[in-house]
Design a protein around this ligand. Structure first.
Ligand SMILES: Cc1cc2nc3c(=O)[nH]c(=O)nc-3n(C[C@H](O)[C@H](O)[C@H](O)COP(=O)(O)OP(=O)(O)OC[C@H]3O[C@@H](n4cnc5c(N)ncnc54)[C@H](O)[C@@H]3O)c2cc1C
Length: 387
């Protein structure tokens, strides 16, 4: 049984693989070139039950385990990283509610996100609080039964498109991370506005924007968990979503290997196909090996993280595996896509071939949901030296 996948998981993987080849791949270069958010891909994923595939069935999702969710992201990323981010970002925006929401909050907000009727977003990063989320300046002040939120978030995936946004804001500014709280905010409510929409190196069809919150009033029942739980909720969320970014990275790497392997079979120099030169074979062998090692770590991590379900507490094993998978798969994606460009020579560097897009797309996987330096800090702090 390849990678220990169940029969059901393998059938699902084949279904997504075909869909990606037939319906996503033909759009990938255009999405990258125009930089426009691909609503047709949202529709495609809604029609095929992929947009909320990892969300609970009773809330309108696909009820898939984390590994199955990762298979979906991986297969789509293999041909188009931007499109795979639609699935991963939807999961990220829903996760704080799935982890910390009351049954009423879940029933109110998850079904529309799980069906794709509304896009979601996770708004943690700020101009002065990136890797150090404890520096959060956005604040929420209690006013009677409501909270008034003020502040600015940057680099928010789906910013300006998402109607369900989980916003992290300090309710006790002198308490650092222990003063951060999480709120569910409606993207269309008064006081929420979109600032700069970023122009990016890669994942160019994904919308990344600044969001301003000016005297945004939310009812008390929009608070997730208790006041001060926000940082914990954010970290638990990332424990459960980093495997999705690892899957995106792995898919990009596999796509780059597919492209470069095919290229060297037919491109001839010095009287023979490039693939007949040992130096080229060695590069491809290394790429394949790095991908296989990354895939095994990711699938193992998905299994470990799945055991934690949507609990509000993660074991150090869950946190460590999640970070290790993201670190390894994204470093592999960067290495393999760079080598793919090299294997295509000048053709790797021009936009008529997908290798350069894959290399640009790979870079973000080393940066978002915590940079890879941050993953190393997380892994070190959760190391298991008992054995
Ligand atoms: C396309 C895109 C989409 C994004 N989507 C979202 C989103 O949906 N929601 C959201 O909240 N955020 C999002 N982000 C933000 C992203 O998570 C942050 O950019 C990232 O966490 C890094 O923060 P920063 O950019 O402020 O970099 P900084 O924190 O300023 O880091 C700069 C460099 O210093 C390194 N560094 C920082 N601290 C340490 C340390 N202690 N030890 C060693 N090295 C360190 C970093 O690793 C990095 O290399 C997105 C970003 C991008 C570019």
């Amino acid at each position: 049984m390849a990678y220990g996948l169940t029969e059901e998981q393998r059938m699902f993987q084949t279904m997504v693989h075909r869909l990606a080849e037939e319906r996503v791949q033909p759009r990938a270069a255009e999405i990258d070139a125009t930089g426009e958010f691909p609503w047709d891909m949202v529709d495609l994923f809604r029609e095929n039950g992929l947009i909320g595939v990892g969300m609970p069935e009773e809330l309108g999702g696909g009820g898939a385990d984390l590994l199955t969710f990762c298979l979906a992201v991986e297969e789509v990323a293999r041909v188009c990283a931007t499109s795979s981010l639609i699935i991963a970002a939807q999961h990220l925006g829903a996760m704080p509610i799935l982890i910390a929401g009351t049954p009423e909050q879940k029933a109110q907000f998850i079904p529309a996100v799980a069906s794709g009727e509304k896009l979601s977003a996770f708004a943690l990063t700020e101009p002065e609080a990136g890797s150090d989320a404890g520096g959060t300046k956005t604040h929420a002040v209690r006013v009677g039964d409501q909270y008034r939120i003020n502040g600015t978030k940057v680099f928010i995936t789906n910013g300006g498109l998402a109607k369900t946004i989980v916003v992290f804001a300090s309710t006790q500014p002198d308490a650092g991370v222990r003063g951060i709280s999480a709120f569910i905010v409606d993207g269309e409510q008064p006081g929420v506005s979109v600032g700069r929409v970023e122009k990016k190196m890669g994942i160019r069809g994904s919308q990344t924007a600044m969001l301003n919150f000016d005297d945004v009033l939310v009812d008390g029942d929009r608070l997730l968990g208790k006041e001060g739980d926000g940082f914990k909720i954010a970290m638990r969320t990332l424990d459960r979503t980093r495997p999705g970014i690892a899957a995106q990275a792995l898919g990009i790497a596999q796509g780059a290997l597919d492209v470069s392997y095919r290229h060297v079979q037919t491109r001839r120099q010095f009287g023979q196909a490039l693939g007949q030169f040992e130096a080229i074979q060695f590069m491809l062998a290394d790429m394949q090996t790095q991908i296989e090692a990354s895939r095994h770590l990711l699938y193992k991590a998905a299994e470990v993280v799945e055991t934690a379900g949507f609990d509000t507490v993660s074991s150090s094993e869950v946190t460590r595996f999640s970070a290790m998978a993201k670190l390894m798969c994204s470093d592999t994606a960067m290495k393999v896509t760079t080598d793919a460009v090299q294997l295509l020579g000048g053709y790797g560097y021009i936009q008529d071939y997908p290798a350069e897009r894959m290399m640009r797309d790979a870079k973000i996987t080393q940066i978002y949901e915590g940079t890879n330096q941050v993953q190393r800090l997380v892994i070190y702090r959760n190391m298991d030296m008992e054995r």
